[in-house]
Structure formats: C-alpha cells, structure tokens
Design a binder for this molecule. Sequence first.
Ligand code: GLU
Length: 368
Amino acid sequence: MYINRSKTIVIKIGSSLLINDKGVIRKKWLSEFGKDIKELIDQKKNIIIVSSGAIALGCKKLNLNKKNLKLDKSQAVASIGQIELMNLFKKNLSSKKINLSQILITLEDTEKRRRAINAKRTFENLFSLGFVPIVNENDSTATSEIKYGDNDRLASRVAQISGADCLILLSDVDGLYSKNPRLNKNVKLIKEIKNIDSNIEKIATKSTGQYGTGGMKTKIDAAKICQFSGCYMCIANGLNLRPIKEIIKKNFCTWFLPRLSKLDARKKWIISSISPKGELIIDQGAISALKKGKSLLAAGVKKVNGKFSKGDHIKILDKNMKEYARGLSSFTSEEISKIQGQHSNKISELLGYISKSEVIHKDDMVIL
Ligand code: GLU
C-alpha cells in the first residue's frame, strides 16, 4: 500500500467533508480524522493537510449563500472563515496532541522557484519541529487571474514542493469510475491509472461539476502534476469516519502512479525551463564535499560569473572550467561576490543581515 510506504503525505479535505449540505459542521468526522492523523504521526510520517472550507465557514457565520458571492465579498468572507476553519481544527485535533500550524499560499508562491524553495524549507522546518501544517489558498488576496480557485491543484503543487511521496484527495466520490455511477449500473471503479489518456480525460470531463467545487477535471489536473513530480496520488471517498484507515484497509479508491521517480522529477525541475543565469567556480575541497552529498558553502566559491537573483538556475564549474553540477542559488550574484571564500559564520556580518548558510543547498543541486 502506497500510504504505508510514504514518508511525507499531503491530505486534501474538501469543504463538503467539514460541513454537510445542511450547513452543519461535521465535528465527529473531524475528530475521527484526527485519529487517522495521529496514527500517521506516530509512524513518524510527515503530514500536510490542505483544507478547503474558509469560504463555506465564512458564509455560515455571516448567514450568506456561497453561490451569490461576488469576488471582493468572497475575499472578506474567506478571511472571516479561515479563522473559523483553524479553530475547528484546533478544537478537534489539538486534544489528540497534534501540533498545528497554518500556511496560506498564493499561486505565485508555488510557481516562482525562489518562493517555492522557501516554502519547501518552511515545510521541512515545521516537520522537524513536530508540527502539521494546514494549508489553504490565500483567498483574501488572490483575485481570479492569480488564483488556483480549487484546492485540488493547489494540493498537488504543495505535494510537489514539499517532495511528498503521496497525495490523498479526500472528496465525496470513491474515485474515478468507468462511467458515471449516478447514472449507470454495472460501473467499475478504476483502481490504478498509469497513463492519463484521452479516454480517462473524457470520463473526467463528463464528471465535471457533479462533485464539490473542483469536480473531477481539477483532480485529473492535480494527478498530472503528481505524475511528473514522482508522487502517488489517490482520489478517495472521505465521507467515512476514519477515512485514511479505510483507504489503507480496503484500498477502494483510484490511484494515479507517478511517471518519474521523485529524484528525477526534482532534478528535472531544477534544471528545466530557464537556461542557467550564471556560473560559480569552486575549489577542489568544495568538489569533494559535493561528491559526498553536501551543500555548497561560500568558503568553496572562488569566482562568480554573470548576474543572477536568488532562486536562479546556475552552473557550478571546477577550476578547469569543467561543468560539475547545476543548482538553484540561495543568494544573488552580488551577495556571493561579497561572501565568496569566507566561512559561513561571517555571512551575516559581511552582508549586514541574517541569511542562509548554504550558497546552494544540496536538495537544490544536481551533480552532472
Ligand atoms: N480555498 C477555498 C476555501 O477555503 C476552497 C477551494 C476549493 O473548494 O477547492 O473556501
């Protein structure tokens, strides 16, 4: 079972799991879901929850109908509902000794490399502090052009950025059926999908609009992101109490299998799209450190070529100008010229502010 094998798991909860169609909060469900989370934490897994529900809870508090909301009003409603959402989690999960934190993400945070790297580090630090981040889109500042709008795709990006092994989309359907189960008898649940071919797309398009906010279309979009991030993804019915336990036990859901390994996906992401913006020439000591899987420190940098920003893709060359690695820089080219050859504990003094200690973090580097 893919969940058992996963170290980092992202679980997305749709609004309909938290609030039923009569507007009643499903406290019992949340509390049972908390037991699932606690079990996963006890197995030393890193958990991220992506939860919708800010707008739905805001509407509930203000007695408004979600369907008639204009964008500007929905932004205010989301801000009111987000705190309700967090309170709900805190009340029902903290009693199980689950430490919670909140991250509100915008589209830019996931699409811009520099911000994505920062988000990755934040997730890692939260895991090492023993916290479970609860993520939602920052609906109060996002406008329609710069918005995910659905938490399915947002969750898949979070899975990609955090290097998750598995994403579980909990919704109110069992998964992807060969035909619409509400209209047809004798339909089969598709248990595993390796290729999202035109047939799968067709089934998914037909299902659009019937299930929750995102529908099946956004779930398939999320699956495509996961497949190329080396992440397993499943669509499962979350309406049962203890939904994760249920998936582990019965496996009655649709799994999308990755098409790349996580490592290959990360490497591809590091060196993809934009061409290198600059070069760092490093000494033999640094080459040996990199060979051992260490990060590149300022002390090993001999020279900087080109002008680049933080998060830019750069080449790492040895003293004979032979390309040795590629990576994403944690500093601008100007900053590196100030700190090159220096010990990491001098960096804040040289730059005048506290900063990271690695010039290129090992996770952001590909040895060629
Ligand atoms: N971010 C939205 C909210 O919290 C939900 C988006 C979705 O339903 O996927 O209300």
